[in-house]
Ligand binder design. Structure first.
Ligand code: GGG
Length: 343
């Protein structure tokens, strides 16, 4: 039996609560995991001036996968500092260019919409675009102050995320929707649309739609059941997947994987939600998003039977009404129910 080395970064706030819960469930699968915990967080930043040590990326390189809870404690560290100090550098350093986020209703979860039966896979470009970090500020605090932030779209980056999305669509229901705003953003998004048409020619078996981000926001509310795979840029994917989380019942159900498809570095698994300081450490956070992300990690590690078992256990538990509404059950109770189901 192979032992998988996992770098655990609980991070801030409820990141700690849900990471502990996810690891408890993964341990109950019987898969051999060797987790090493790194307390890199906003607290680390306050003590050392950095979110992670200078050799943090080199340290992570030795692991088979990374499991992250959440990042952010805005009362003491600006969110722009914590995000650019931990989560975004890891995604970029290991070329985790495909951020995969599934949106569907778990059994027993009703969600806020009349729509039922939707099953969307959002593929978010994860290393460039609007989150490239290219830009600067001059004349700060003066009336001639200027702030510039450039969205970077490379042919390599756009082609590879679209190919990744087309491969996913081919393995699912065969439809891909590419999301841009090419009427307003006439360089980068027109380029993205052109590349989509080029790559689509390689996948004649996949049907393709092009939608603007605003129309997609409406579509995800009005008719999510018509969607299969969505491919979007970093910012658009970030926003749409919070909407996806909302229609699937809340951020407590939204899982994600940051995948390095050629496996030249470790991939990273994390719930979509943030650190939620207001409910941290109170046994309130729903751990299902993190546990589902853990199942995605097992699948990536080649432990697909265990991954399926975790997902089946989550579904059996929500079908019994456990964890389906905020406040109905605590973190520990939901985790214990899933562990019990696995046994
Ligand atoms: N679970 C990771 C986390 O803390 N997410 C909050 C967040 O704002 N993430 C930004 C992003 O996904 O780019």
């Amino acid at each position: 039996m192979k032992t998988h080395k996992i770098a655990l970064i609980p991070g801030d706030g409820i990141g700690v609560d849900v990471t502990d819960a996810a690891m408890e469930v993964l341990a109950a699968t019987g898969v051999s995991l060797d987790p090493v915990r790194f307390d890199w967080s906003c607290e680390t930043y306050l003590q050392t001036g950095r979110m992670m040590p200078g050799d943090g990326i080199d340290t992570l390189r030795a692991f088979d996968a990374i499991f992250l809870g959440a990042v952010g404690w805005p009362a003491t560290v600006p969110d722009s500092v914590s995000l650019h100090g931990l989560l975004l550098p890891i995604r970029k350093a290991f070329d985790q260019y495909a951020n995969i986020r599934p949106h569907r209703l778990l059994p027993g979860v009703e969600g806020p919409l009349k729509a039922q039966g939707f099953d969307i896979l959002c593929i978010r470009e994860n290393t460039e675009g609007e989150y490239s970090g290219a830009g600067g500020r001059v004349h700060q605090g003066r009336d001639n102050e200027v702030a510039v932030e450039s969205a970077i779209f490379t042919r390599k980056g756009v082609e590879r995320i679209l190919r990744f999305g087309f491969d996913q669509a081919r393995a699912r229901r065969g439809h891909l929707t590419s999301v841009t705003k090419s009427n307003a953003q006439k360089y980068s998004m027109v380029f993205w649309d052109e590349v989509t048409r080029e790559i689509a020619a390689e996948y004649p078996d996949v049907t393709v739609s092009h939608m603007h981000i605003d129309a997609m926001a409406a579509k995800m509310v009005m008719a999510p059941q018509d969607l299969d795979v969505i491919v979007a840029s970093n910012l658009f994917g970030d926003i749409l997947t919070d909407l996806g989380a909302a229609i699937q019942g809340g951020l407590g159900f939204a899982a994600s994987a940051n995948i390095c498809p050629d496996r030249s570095g470790p991939s990273m698994f994390e719930p979509v939600h943030g650190s939620a300081p207001d409910i941290a450490g109170r046994n309130i956070a729903n751990p299902i998003a993190a546990i589902w992300s853990g199942a995605m990690m097992l699948d990536h590690l080649g432990e697909s039977d265990a991954a399926k078992a975790v997902l089946a256990a989550i579904e059996a538990v929500t079908a019994r009404g456990i964890g389906i509404r905020p406040g109905s059950h605590g973190t520990a109770a939901i985790t214990a129910a899933i562990v019990e189901e696995l046994k």
